[in-house]
Design a binder for this molecule. Structure first.
Ligand code: C2O
Ligand code: CU
Ligand code: CU
Length: 485
């Protein structure tokens, strides 16, 4: 009873805050549509084979010109903002050396990688100022799009916001044999999508000014794609493959093409779908990746659009519409050669079945936002503590986790594995969601995921599960687990 009263009061404040928040946002949004268009920045590609499996990335303070001539203070991996795209190969082991040239400690996590806790880059794996850390990544998983970003306790949101994020693209024999568009930056285009605020052209530095920002997560007004504002990119008049990563701290987006032109979803975080699925929109929470394909034949230009979704979809009743911004204008250049097509079949996912479900170890995880000061953000009532192991998993066991979250959708992410969706917010997954995942937005309606952990994580270097709204993660909506024999 008391709990409901408290939640009621909390909700009222929340709704009020959100309504005013919206008008500010709407106002800002209308003035934040920058007329100047910029050529899309394509992150440098480092191919691990060509690099002799030896890669060095310098974590550095820098300045980045989001607007030409105006310098913003940023961080990057050997560049001014974000990091190179690193291409990894299934079956190969890549050595990456991270050198921390910043004043802050950090850790670099491989989000989506199936590697041991020891090289997963969780909060325990600190890289101190001036330190050099060599990480050996044996890649055993199938082709897909993963990413790397800091995971330091309490500092993840600020460090990612400053610019520390980059892509891992994994290839295998299947991805190499499929007739897909494969020319990196030409028809196979990475899109690291973030929201930022600018004051006179300068990126607003990361500050949590009030609890409201912490509750909703930091949600800003201007889309930044690969560090570019209002980008365009020249593409051939054929199939284009976009690798979408929502690397925003907290913002959820609905992506679509004008006039609901259909496009195809071909991959989720951990690999290809079995077959392409035609869709007209795709919603992505922070941490999620999807690959989509668009056919530009017959177009001069086509723009991928993003609707900025509110923190709680139920507020929608108060709003007439959400802000919409262009993610990227694809401009056709007929001198570019169109290559690659949409295959009928992409993958052969071994779907888990009834027996896997029945034999699975069951766990329930409830992602909670309370108004109890000491325990505001928690999972199953426990706020993240680096001294506590919350769950212990046996290597090779099938695991069925039922996840719920209150107040707003929370993107639940788990390290060291890809999972399959059994139910998502109480519903069976559609064909487009029947792929390998590692992040899923959950609500009060239960979501069930099935997975098997095949790598080890010890008490010293455990895996994490957490909300990927980075403000919630830093506020300790996170837990630790081991995987042992
Ligand atoms: Cu993308 Cu535990 O994080
Ligand atoms: Cu992760
Ligand atoms: Cu959350």
């Amino acid at each position: 009873m008391k709990r409901y009263l408290v939640i009621g009061a909390f909700l009222a404040i929340f709704i009020l805050g959100s309504v005013t928040g919206y008008f500010i946002l709407a106002g800002q949004n209308s003035v934040k549509t920058y007329p100047q268009e910029n050529q899309l920045n394509i992150p440098v590609l480092i191919d691990s084979l060509e690099a002799g499996n030896n890669i060095e990335l310098v974590i550095q303070n820098s300045v980045h010109e989001f607007f030409s001539g105006i310098k913003s203070a940023t961080k990057g991996f050997s560049q001014s903002y974000l990091g190179p795209t690193i291409r990894l190969y299934k079956g190969a082991t890549t050595s990456i050396v991270f050198r921390n040239d910043t004043e802050d400690y950090t850790t670099i996590h491989g989000h989506g990688l199936h590697v041991d806790g020891k090289v997963d880059g969780g909060p325990q794996s600190k890289i101190l100022t001036g330190e050099i850390k060599n990480v050996l990544l044996p890649i055993v998983q199938e082709a897909g799009t993963s990413w790397y970003h800091p995971h330091l306790m309490d500092k993840t949101s600020a460090q990612v916001h400053a610019g520390l994020a980059g892509l891992y693209i994994i290839e295998d024999s299947n991805s190499e044999n499929l007739p897909l568009p494969k020319a990196y930056g030409v028809n196979d285009i990475p899109l690291i999508i973030q929201d930022r605020s600018f004051v006179n052209g300068k990126m607003k530095p990361y500050v949590l000014t009030n609890g409201k920002i912490m509750e909703d997560g930091l949600r800003e007004e201007t889309l930044v794609v690969n560090g570019t504002i209002n980008p365009y990119h020249y593409v051939p008049a054929g199939w284009v493959r976009l690798r979408l990563l929502n690397a925003s701290n907290a913002r959820f987006y609905r992506f679509f093409l004008p006039d609901d032109v259909p496009f195809y979803k071909i991959a989720t975080e951990g690999g290809f779908l079995n077959t392409p699925v035609a869709i007209t929109e795709i919603t992505m929470s922070p941490g999620e990746r999807n690959e989509i394909m668009i056919d530009l034949a017959g177009y001069n230009s086509l723009s991928l659009m993003a609707e900025f979704l509110p923190a709680d979809p139920e507020y929608q009743i108060w709003l007439s519409s959400n802000p919409v911004q262009r993610v990227l204008e694809l401009r056709v250049d007929n001198t570019l050669i169109a290559e690659g097509k949409l295959p009928d079949k992409l993958n052969d996912i071994n779907y888990y079945g009834q027996t896997d479900m029945q034999n699975a170890v069951r766990r329930n995880l409830f992602m909670h936002m309370a108004n109890d000061e000491n325990n505001m953000f928690s999972i199953n009532g426990n706020s993240m503590s680096m001294d506590v192991i919350n769950e212990r998993v046996k290597k090779g066991d099938m695991e069925l986790w039922t996840i719920t979250g209150d107040m707003m959708p929370h993107p639940f992410h788990v390290h060291g594995v890809s999972f399959q969706i059994v139910t998502h917010n109480g519903q069976s997954p559609s064909e487009a969601d029947r792929g390998w995942k590692d992040t899923l937005a959950v609500t009060e309606e239960p979501s069930e995921i099935l997975m098997r952990f095949n790598h080890s994580a010890t008490d010293e270097f455990p895996y994490m599960y957490h909300c990927h709204i980075l403000e919630h993660e830093d506020a300790k909506m996170m837990g630790q687990f081991t995987v042992t024999d």
